[in-house]
Design a protein around this ligand. Structure first.
Ligand code: PLP
Length: 434
């Protein structure tokens, strides 16, 4: 058995893995065309043909609808903007509650706060890392107006069950599919599985245009409200239009960003397919691995592998620390991260309940509207266990690995698996640099 690099052995790989860059000549050429035209944004916030943006924005929206199988696509300048617009379009307002996972990027939850609504955190399924429908159902109250489900790491949430809950309690179901373009559930694309779905085009995602987001829906009323919130809608609403949560923003996408995003969108199926092929190969290698489980893919699901998320087999390895395991993989040259994010309810925003204003009676707005929601007592045991003890993210699985890099990845996983005994009883504080 060879000595692990973490304990002074020779690392299997010393050169960094290729970083992911999906941008090429096509994007450059299309941006040059936009710059030559001089029309860098086609939006004007007044009724008329410019209200819905310029030619690149509209083409991107058409292409997205075609590829995702949605009726309406509304581009935005980020997925955060799209999430905020989605919650507003759904009509949530002060004191309304939105059930959301705490294991996600912060904006999935702050999208509620932006409209004075209150995020209520529900635990997740330990295998898919997405909302656990039973936990959601237990939190539904007469104040609940929406569920925000996140397709974490590229695996769609359990929309069959969530839809049943939403229908039973008359709730809007929003899908944060920022991490899951081209993932699917029973043949239906991620971002089209709820009432409104969101994609991200930020630079860390499968495809990007620097910053950008897209909201998808099949509902013409929701699409219109998304368009109004995107573009200072209060100045164009027509008499009789629903004014609930209708304070317009500037969430508009530029023509330059849309041009890049069009070329990226065309490449998306190929980029995701390569990621799936490489992820599948690593999953086959992890089948029966002594330390790590491959990501679970539920029946009917196509995974988009935004992140390749493994878990420490803790039951079989009670003496192995997940943090030490991540360090051992990284020391061999395979960047591995212990955990994903702090459960959102642990952030000072929620613990101190200071939202807007500096806070007084039961702290700032809108938390002052919901004294019954106690974030200090919030506990999502599955999230906490995954974050502190089990989850180990492999940072190099993005579909662009060369054959050598793939071989190194598999060799490192095998070496660390074979050296599992060396990790027994070692704690992170025992390691140099801790
Ligand atoms: C699940 C999730 N939702 C929302 C966002 C926000 O995306 P953006 O950076 O485009 O605003 C991200 C970005 O990391 C994300 O991962």
């Amino acid at each position: 058995m060879s000595k692990l690099a973490l304990f002074g052995g020779t690392p299997l790989r010393t050169t960094p893995f290729t970083s992911y860059n999906p941008i090429g000549e096509e994007e450059k050429a299309r941006v040059a065309g936009v710059l030559d035209s001089g029309l860098l944004s086609g939006f004007i916030a007044e009724p008329g043909e410019h209200f819905l943006g310029g030619p690149e924005v509209r083409e991107l929206e058409e292409l997205t609808c075609e590829m995702m199988g949605a009726r309406f696509a509304v581009t935005m300048n980020s997925a955060t903007s799209a999430l905020y617009a989605a919650v507003g379009a759904a009509g949530l307002g002060p004191g309304d509650e939105m059930i959301v996972t705490p294991y996600t990027m912060s904006a999935s939850a702050t999208a509620a706060l932006a409209w004075g609504a209150i995020p209520v955190f529900a635990d997740i399924d330990p295998e898919t890392f997405c909302l656990d429908p039973a936990a959601v159902e237990a939190l539904v109250s007469e104040r609940t107006r929406a569920i925000m489900a996140v397709d974490l790491f590229g695996h769609p949430a359990d929309f069959a069950a969530l839809k049943r809950i939403a229908a039973q309690h008359d709730l809007i179901l929003i899908e944060d599919a920022a991490q899951a373009p081209m993932a699917s559930l029973d043949g239906k694309q991620a971002a089209t599985l709820g009432d409104i779905g969101i994609l991200s085009l930020n630079r860390h995602k499968h495809i990007h245009c620097g910053e950008g987001g897209i909201a998808l829906t099949d509902d013409p009323e929701l699409a219109r409200r998304l368009q109004l919130i995107r573009n200072h809608g209060e100045v164009v609403v027509e008499p009789g239009e629903n004014l609930a949560s209708m304070i317009g923003q500037n969430y508009r996408m530029t023509e330059v960003h849309a041009a890049i995003a069009i070329e990226q969108m065309k490449k998306l199926p190929g980029l995701v397919a390569r990621r799936q092929t490489q992820a599948d190969e690593i999953s086959r290698a992890l089948d029966g691995h002594p330390l790590l489980t491959p990501p679970v893919v539920r029946d009917g699901v196509t995974h988009a592998y935004y992140v390749y998320a493994t878990r420490l087999r803790r039951r079989e390895n009670p003496q192995v620390s997940r943090d030490v395991l991540a360090r051992a993989l990284s020391a061999e040259g395979l960047p591995a991260t212990a955990g994903y994010v702090t459960p959102l309810y642990e952030l000072p925003l929620y613990q101190q309940r200071i939202g807007m204003g500096s806070g007084k009676g039961d702290q700032g707005w809108p938390f002052s509207l919901a004294p019954h929601v106690d974030y200090a007592a919030c506990a999502c045991p599955v999230v906490e266990r995954l974050e502190t003890q089990e989850l180990c993210l492999l940072g190099n699985v993005h579909g662009a690995l060369s054959d050598t890099e793939m071989a190194d990845t598999l060799a490192i996983l095998e070496k660390v698996g074979a050296g599992a005994d060396q990790l027994h009883g070692v704690t992170a504080t025992d390691l140099p640099g801790s």
